[in-house]
Design a protein around this ligand. Structure first.
Ligand code: ATP
Ligand code: ZN
Length: 283
């Protein structure tokens, strides 16, 4: 049995649980309970505040954790970084009042900067030779400039709309972050094997999300041309249609590449194109 810590309620919770379900792991999460055991995989979940996850994983209370890179770096706990998970994407950015002037990071010299990430900010300022006063606050960082608490802030941004609605503008990126699977450095051999099974499932789910299964009807004379346009995984499957002179072409294609060649496919004579999601992909 391996123990995975995930965020109890917050921006990473839903995607973390969804990823486990997509990995075919089923469990019941009752409201208010801090632990849940899976029915069909040797895993148990601990539901925690995200800030506590690195510490629980570092000291082995949890074997694994899913948490933002920003939190791992800020807490500075010793954990193994296993895999990035592709969700919870955001950046830690510096922002100032919209009407303040800003030419370069040197303008932050002598200012007061409010943040919930004092360690990351301190390192960043040191790297850029900036001397500023770091004012640590735990939440609602974005109102600090308008109430005169600080001239700048360093906070998590994803779309930037919160900054905008607080009269701020982003001036610099301190770090990029996404959710990541971490592990305690002293995993037993038995737990390492469970981790490898879990990683295998996660990778097949993530791979499947990148690709689509596509089907299209093509006139026989265009099969070669269309096969060359399609950036397929191996080689397409061609099945004859009941209608003389036409075939059905099936293939697995990276979704973004499919959209890039869609107009070429239509020009070459492809019709009735279907794009179908793939549940798991093992290559
Ligand atoms: P907790 O109650 O667990 O301490 P929290 O309020 O500290 O939660 P959330 O706001 O739920 O944390 O964010 C969790 C993580 O989600 C962040 O540390 C970050 O990695 C990621 N994230 C992604 N997009 C955003 C965003 N727009 N704002 C804040 N965090 C984001
Ligand atoms: Zn938190």
């Amino acid at each position: 049995m391996i123990r995975l810590a995930i965020q109890k309620s917050g921006r990473l919770s839903e995607d973390s649980l969804l990823l486990m379900r997509e990995c075919g792991i089923s469990f019941q999460q009752s409201a208010g309970k801090l632990k849940a055991e899976a029915r069909n995989f040797p895993i148990e979940f601990l539901f925690l505040r995200d800030d506590d996850i690195p510490q629980y994983v570092a000291n082995g209370t949890a074997d694994l954790g899913i948490v933002g890179e920003n939190v791992i770096v800020e807490t500075n706990e010793t954990v193994d970084w296993v895999d990035k998970l592709g969700f919870g994407k955001c950046r830690l950015a510096l922002a100032i009042a919209r009407d303040a002037t800003y030419k370069s990071i040197a303008d932050l010299n002598g200012t007061k900067i409010a943040t919930s990430y004092p360690r990351i900010l301190k390192n960043y300022l040191q790297r850029h030779n900036i001397k500023a006063h770091i004012h640590e606050i735990s939440g609602s960082v974005e109102i600090a400039p308008s109430i005169g608490l600080a001239q700048a802030i360093c906070d998590i941004v994803s779309s930037g709309s919160t900054l905008l609605s607080n009269g701020l503008k982003e001036v610099d990126t301190v770090m990029h972050s996404e959710a990541i699977l971490i592990a305690t450095p002293s995993l037993s051999q038995a737990k390492k094997e469970i981790l490898e099974q879990l990683r295998f499932r996660i990778q097949s789910v993530r791979k499947a999300q990148e690709y689509k299964y596509i089907l299209m009807n093509v006139p026989n004379h265009a099969i070669n041309q269309i096969s060359q346009i399609l950036p397929v995984l191996k080689s397409p499957t061609i099945l004859p249609l009941a209608m003389e002179g036409w075939s059905s072409l099936h293939s697995v294609v990276r979704e973004e590449e499919f959209w890039r060649v869609i107009s070429q496919l239509k020009e070459a004579g492809a019709e009735g194109i279907l794009v179908i999601p793939i549940e798991r992909m093992i290559v």
